[in-house]
Design a protein around this ligand. Structure first.
Ligand SMILES: NC(=O)C1=CN([C@@H]2O[C@H](COP(=O)(O)OP(=O)(O)OC[C@H]3O[C@@H](n4cnc5c(N)ncnc54)[C@H](O)[C@@H]3O)[C@@H](O)[C@H]2O)C=CC1
Ligand SMILES: CC(C)CC(=O)C(=O)O
Ligand SMILES: [Mg+2]
Length: 359
């Protein structure tokens, strides 16, 4: 008996994107079989591979496939091959376009240290004793990545500019999101900004002061982003939920990933007002290891797990994926990025297979 039917749009992307996405699909197929769900996959092109196939980084057909699917999984886009294409067609534009066209303003990036990977954390053991579980809530469709940009003639010749703009509406909805998720966690929100310099950050603080009254159980704090970057390695356990702008969240989440052992471990969910979402590892296309069966597929696999939870509301299926990841790590199985002496080195595919076997 089939319990649920789900149509999933798959954008494999470039570099290691297809390699890690294939492992996520492998896991979804096993979960589907075990829990009697029918997951069907519709492939779509975006990024460099779309430029190569049809000259456009984000074809209309891709958007249609994503809009009509129950969830979207994405590998990563971009790479040196497309570094010199016109700006409007850069692979990264496809990613920004997908996020904004699908209305995915909230990007959840959980950074957890798995017990078995405690030795992969570069911080002193006493700093992360008892583990670590941080959630970065990154605003995803506004700020400097979406502001006006260009070139103009300045006082000293040509100059370039990128403008950061945030409206109250954009700030309110992401902050509300952060407070809501904090209510399911330790009820602490740290708003990371640069309010000593930026007007946009001062508006974030003004809105946060209003919203906090709706969540009296949540403790709200503020921190400047330069200090937050330092505090993340000095004492990451002080954070529960970090809420921040598009660019600051992009940077801080890469930093947080390294505390867990590798950027290849961190998944993400990009969500909007509905349960429709896009799920992608936080890493990029890693051209330096592409095509070598070296990439860690765990971030992509956990992203698929987040889709089961947030878009399909399949909690136990999502947990099964996380538990299988924990089990292989406890078995000492490692891709090169998290390998240490005494553990067993696996490739991308073999790691996917090992996780599949545990489900
Ligand atoms: N979501 C997306 O599609 C993103 C795309 N990019 C694009 O990806 C390309 C490469 O960007 P980079 O700055 O090099 O960042 P990157 O995240 O692709 O790679 C940074 C470093 O981390 C390693 N790494 C990344 N993912 C890994 C994994 N799963 N397992 C093991 N090691 C992994 C890479 O080998 C590299 O040494 C660029 O074109 C960039 O614009 C970057 C970030 C996100
Ligand atoms: C195009 C970039 C904003 C992609 C990226 O680095 C990210 O989303 O983490
Ligand atoms: Mg990034």
């Amino acid at each position: 008996m089939i319990m649920g039917e789900y149509k999933i749009a798959v954008i494999q992307g470039d570099g290691i994107g297809p390699e890690v996405t294939q492992e996520a699909i492998k896991i979804l197929n096993v979960v589907g079989e075990k829990f009697h769900h029918n997951f069907t996959f519709e492939y779509a092109l975006a990024g460099g591979s779309a430029i190569d196939a049809c000259g456009e980084c984000l074809p209309k057909e891709t958007l249609n496939i994503c809009k009509t699917a129950d969830g979207v999984i994405l590998g990563a886009v971009g790479g040196p091959k497309w570094d010199n294409v016109p700006n409007a067609q850069r692979p990264e534009k496809a990613l920004l376009g997908l996020r904004s066209e699908l209305g995915l303003f909230s990007n959840l990036r959980p950074a957890k240290i798995y017990d078995a990977l405690a030795d992969a954390c570069p911080l002193k053991a006493e700093i992360v004793a008892g583990g670590l579980d941080i959630l970065i809530v990154r605003e995803l469709t506004g700020g400097i990545y979406f502001g006006e940009r260009g070139y103009r003639e300045g006082k000293y010749g040509e100059e370039a500019y990128d403008v950061e703009t945030y409206s109250e509406v954009e700030i309110r909805r992401i902050l509300k999101n952060a407070f809501e998720v904090a209510m399911q966690r330790e009820k602490r929100v740290c708003c990371v900004d640069k309010a000593n310099v930026l007007e946009t950050s001062r508006l974030w603080r003004k809105v946060a002061e209003e919203i906090k009254n709706e969540y009296p159980e949540v403790v709200l704090s503020y921190m400047y982003v330069d200090n937050a970057a330092m505090q993340l390695v000095r004492n990451p356990k002080q954070f529960d939920v970090i809420v921040t702008s598009n660019m600051f969240g992009d940077i801080l989440s890469d930093e947080a990933s390294m505390i867990t052992g590798s950027i290849g471990l961190l998944p993400s969910a990009s969500l909007g007002d509905s349960s429709h979402g896009m799920y992608e590892p936080i890493h990029g296309s890693a051209p330096d290891i592409a095509g070598q069966n070296k990439a860690n597929p765990i971030a992509a696999i956990l992203s698929a797990g987040m889709m089961l939870k947030y878009s399909f509301h399949l909690e136990k299926e999502s947990e099964a994926i996380e538990n299988a990841v924990k089990a292989v790590l406890e078995q000492g199985l490692r891709t090169p990025d998290i390998y240490s002496q005494g553990t067993t080195l696996l490739g991308t595919k073999e790691m996917g297979e090992a996780i599949a076997e545990h489900i």
